[in-house]
Design a protein around this ligand. Structure first.
Ligand SMILES: [Zn+2]
Length: 89
């Protein structure tokens, strides 16, 4: 069983450096999570474990071709107002 969690807007995270998607949190095993691109598993994803958005951010910052202003960084640059939380616990 896999559950996906959309990261709340209040959490600062960068978009996927490959496709610009907002990352999601996926549960890979009981208690283990990865932060990953929702579009493609070959795009960067964090190692399974605790939810590590900092690690995602570090790996997806290097290729920002657009200038994010401070407010859009915090808001996670998201066009889809879709914040389903904890579909699977
Ligand atoms: Zn991607």
């Amino acid at each position: 069983m896999r559950g996906y969690i959309n990261i709340p807007r209040s959490v600062a995270c960068t978009a996927c450096m490959h496709c610009g998607a907002r990352p999601i949190i996926s549960m890979v095993e009981q208690g283990d999570y990865v932060v990953k691109c929702p579009n493609n598993d070959s795009h960067y994803q964090t190692n399974p474990g605790l939810i590590d958005i900092d690690d995602w951010n570090q790996h997806n910052m290097q290729n920002l071709e657009v200038e994010f202003d401070h407010s859009s960084m915090i808001a996670c640059h998201d066009s889809q107002l879709n914040y389903t939380m904890f579909l699977t616990v």
